[in-house]
Design a protein. Structure first.
Ligand code: MRU
Length: 371
């Protein structure tokens, strides 16, 4: 793995300053056959670009949240499994397929909640199976094409989510978001932030509020950073302040991302999202979940069936402090995600339009459009 820092990466041709938005969240280095990501654990203080070739380092990058956010994890997995496939030594399909499945299961074990991880790996596996009769080099080349396709698709999908989301808001609106469902969580535009980017391009002058998002501070470290870099008006607040902001009438709409949407519309997203939705219901603020159709998992019937990742206690007790803030030996509850019940969600914004309750029916229509 090699590391480039913000200081030794080439400047823009016109001499202007680079911002975080000029770097690729996830990409493939065709010459070095490497996954290239921004190390998000170092933001906002340092821009470090990692060039990763080994499967163990890719697994670690996902698990340690160097690359994070459901769509970005999906693209990372697609590029990662292509890189793994290049290294497989096999003369026949069965040997290749067995090694491919092993590598795929390994990457899939890095994080459990974001369905985009298994979705992308399944798409890559389908490519392998569709080329069963071809030679191994052709299969690897097909995987290469599919990985780049998944990456490009992510950009197009997010832009469409932005277009639909923008139809729900107006210039000057106050918009609240939680965690980072921004460009740093996708390839470009983000999901929850896509309406903000598109509106900003058109001079909408939103007032954006970013929940800090305890314990890993994605809202404070990432969302506010990227939106400010884009020139938007951004305010950070602690998670326990959003209800008071809504009560003061400062929030016209809420946009959040998601890691998995169940068939009934229950939605898993970063821990704290459901509290925002509950407060939004109380204060009559529309609460929208932005979800590429790749995040809608019809095989998961309700939120109760979604596996919620539990993470280490240190993220809560000591990670951001000079000294631990919880005395030794005290138990810590640290789920990475929570489920927002479907009846708290005003609408789910997809690349094929906005799904409204009842979600089982509107998802059927969305997937029919997709087909
Ligand atoms: O633990 P993280 O930082 O990967 O959690 C990310 C989120 O919860 C995002 O809101 C979600 O993945 C959607 S990203 C478009």
């Amino acid at each position: 793995m090699s590391v480039l820092t913000g200081d030794n990466i080439a400047k823009k041709k016109d001499g202007s300053e680079l911002t975080i938005l000029d770097y690729d969240t996830v990409n493939l280095d065709e010459e070095k056959h490497a996954l290239v990501i921004i190390d998000q654990t170092k933001l906002p203080n340092r821009i470090e670009i990692l060039s990763i070739t080994s499967q163990e380092d890719i697994w670690d990058a996902i698990y340690l949240l160097k690359v994070r956010g459901a769509p970005a994890i999906g693209v990372t997995a697609a590029i990662g499994i292509y890189l793994a496939a290049r290294e497989i030594k096999a003369d026949d399909f069965d040997t290749f397929y067995t090694a491919f499945r092993k590598a795929s299961d390994y990457l899939n074990s890095s994080r459990p909640t974001a369905v985009n991880l298994s979705w992308a790996l399944k798409r890559m596996e389908d490519v392998v199976l569709a080329h069963k009769e071809a030679g191994i080099p052709e299969i690897v080349e097909a995987l290469h094409r599919e990985a780049l396709h998944i990456r490009q698709e992510d950009i197009d999908v997010c832009r469409e989510i932005g277009r639909h989301g923008l139809s729900l808001i107006k210039p000057g609106d106050g918009l609240l978001t939680h965690c980072n469902a921004g460009q740093l969580a996708t390839v470009r535009y983000g999901t929850a932030t896509a309406p903000m980017y598109l509106g900003h391009e058109q001079g909408y002058n939103f007032k954006i509020y970013c929940d800090e998002t305890r314990p890993l501070l994605q809202g404070a470290r990432l969302t506010s950073f990227e939106l400010k870099s884009a020139g938007m008006d951004v305010t950070v607040l602690c998670d326990n302040m959003s209800a008071s902001l809504m009560r003061e009438g400062k929030v016209d709409a809420i946009f959040v991302g998601c890691d998995r949407v169940a068939g009934n519309g229950d939605t898993a997203n970063k821990i704290g999202t459901s509290m925002v939705a509950l407060a939004a219901k109380r204060y009559g603020v529309p609460f929208y979940v932005c979800a590429p159709t790749s995040t809608i998992d019809l095989e998961t019937k309700t939120g109760a069936d979604i596996v919620i990742e539990q993470r280490k206690a240190e993220e809560v007790t000591s990670m951001w402090y000079k000294e631990p803030m919880v005395a030794d030996g005290i138990k810590v509850y640290n789920p990475a995600f929570d489920v927002t019940d479907h009846d708290l969600i005003t609408g789910i914004v997809t690349e094929y339009g906005i799904a409204y309750p009842p979600y089982d029916q509107s998802f059927r229509e969305i997937f029919l459009k997709k087909a």
